[in-house]
Design a protein around this ligand. Structure first.
Ligand SMILES: Cc1ncc(COP(=O)(O)O)c(C=O)c1O
Length: 386
């Protein structure tokens, strides 16, 4: 067998490398300020990092249990109860995973059979559709409505049929920064009523909402939570995306299926990090409630810095992303524009067309503002030149 015939066996013909890797590499190669990939340029809390070192030095270096160490499962259970009034059995309904990414893959793989349909809202985080396709599922893409990026629930209703098995939801939303309101929950409830449809709720930015908005976790609503995988990310919450730590909360029957997959992909998540996170959550339970304010200040600063630029900023209600329309600067496609911005102006960004199955005719890019104020100031100076 030649290597060419091996390539013909590709499960992903035509699939390229994820845009985040492409743009971060381009940023590095060009010496650009990296406002592309969604990670902070600052460290997580010192005490948390100290606890990792402590646990590594004190023998917590072997396999953790499949679904996570009980101490961390209990802390997650306490958190979802305090925040959302959700009573989750720590041992039966909570799994700690190597990042939200693995949790998404496990949830989809556990439930999607060949031919099952999954509804995805575009622009969508780039992991969703490939997970569905790898499992033989069929993605049904529904565009969010520009410029508010709200869900057209009538369209969702029209799209649902007997093959619809799952709806993938994400609020606060990457890349748009839109956040659900109570109406969305009511609409969701209506469209799935009487149907055997599961929900995957990607809530990795659950703590990052602005201007007094509440995060509507599905864990707040028992009738929705009973058919949902709710997924979060310690990486996003504690500024430690490189640790690859996340978790999933689901009803017992769904969690059982989830763990059947998880056990053969990663078996368990990193042990010393789990102990450290358990310590930290116990000691600083209020930490996450301050995160929204922290990032709101950064959003405001970045907006103020770009006030006199030619970019038109699209309001961000959550996450650490800011979309900007650049049509007053260029008619290039967003991929061309992002490349030019990175190479010539030394600020790396993400073109949002990559998050669509059928990209609309828009001139919009995404900035990540999870950066030191100084980094944002320097980037803004360069952007004001355009
Ligand atoms: C919407 C969304 N979901 C999931 C993830 C992945 O999270 P993690 O780094 O914990 O795997 C990201 C990361 O950017 C994201 O933006």
């Amino acid at each position: 067998m030649t290597s060419d015939s091996l390539i013909e066996l590709s499960k992903f013909p035509g699939m390229g490398t994820t845009i985040f890797t492409v743009m971060s590499k381009m940023a590095q190669d060009c010496g650009a300020i990296n406002l592309s990939q969604g990670f902070p340029d600052f460290d997580g809390p010192e005490h948390l990092r100290e606890r990792v070192a402590w646990h590594m030095a004190h023998g917590h270096n072997q396999y953790a249990p499949l679904a996570g160490i009980p101490e961390l499962q209990e802390q997650i259970a306490a958190k979802v109860f305090d925040l959302y009034g959700c009573v989750a059995d720590p041992g039966l309904q909570i799994a700690v995973t190597p990042g939200a990414t693995e949790a998404i893959y496990c949830a989809v793989t556990a439930c999607i059979q060949p031919g099952d349909e999954v509804i995805i809202f575009d622009p969508a985080y780039d992991t969703y559709a490939p997970c569905v396709r790898l499992n033989g599922g069929v993605t049904r893409h529904i565009p969010l409505e520009y410029p508010d990026f709200r869900i057209d629930w009538q369209r969702v209703k029209d799209e649902i049929n007997d093959r619809t098995r799952m709806i993938m939801l994400n609020s606060p939303h990457n890349p748009t920064g839109s956040v659900w309101c109570e109406d969305d929950i009511d609409s969701l409830r209506r469209v799935i009523a009487g149907r055997n449809i599961l929900l995957l709720s990607d809530e990795v930015y659950e703590h990052i909402t602005f201007d007094g908005r509440q995060h509507h976790s599905l864990l707040l609503y028992p009738d929705l939570a009973e058919r949902a995988f709710c997924i979060s990310s310690f990486g996003k919450t504690y500024h430690v995306t490189g640790w690859r730590m996340g978790y999933c909360v689901a009803p017992e029957n769904l969690m059982r299926e989830f763990l059947l997959i998880h056990q053969f992909i990663n078996f368990s998540a990193n042990a010393p990090l789990q102990y450290a996170l358990a310590d930290y959550l116990k000691k600083y339970p209020q930490y996450a409630s301050e995160l929204g304010i922290f990032y709101e200040k950064k959003r405001n600063l970045f907006g103020e810095l770009l006030k006199n630029s030619k970019f038109k900023l699209i309001p961000s209600s959550g996450t650490f992303f800011q979309l900007a329309d650049y049509s007053a600067i260029s008619s290039d496609t967003d991929t061309e524009f992002s490349t030019r911005l990175t190479k010539d102006h030394k600020v790396a960004v993400i073109p949002i067309s990559v998050f669509y199955q059928e990209p609309p005719d828009q001139r919009v890019i995404r900035f990540c503002f999870a950066k030191h104020d100084e980094t944002l100031r320097e980037a803004a100076e360069r952007l004001l030149d355009l």
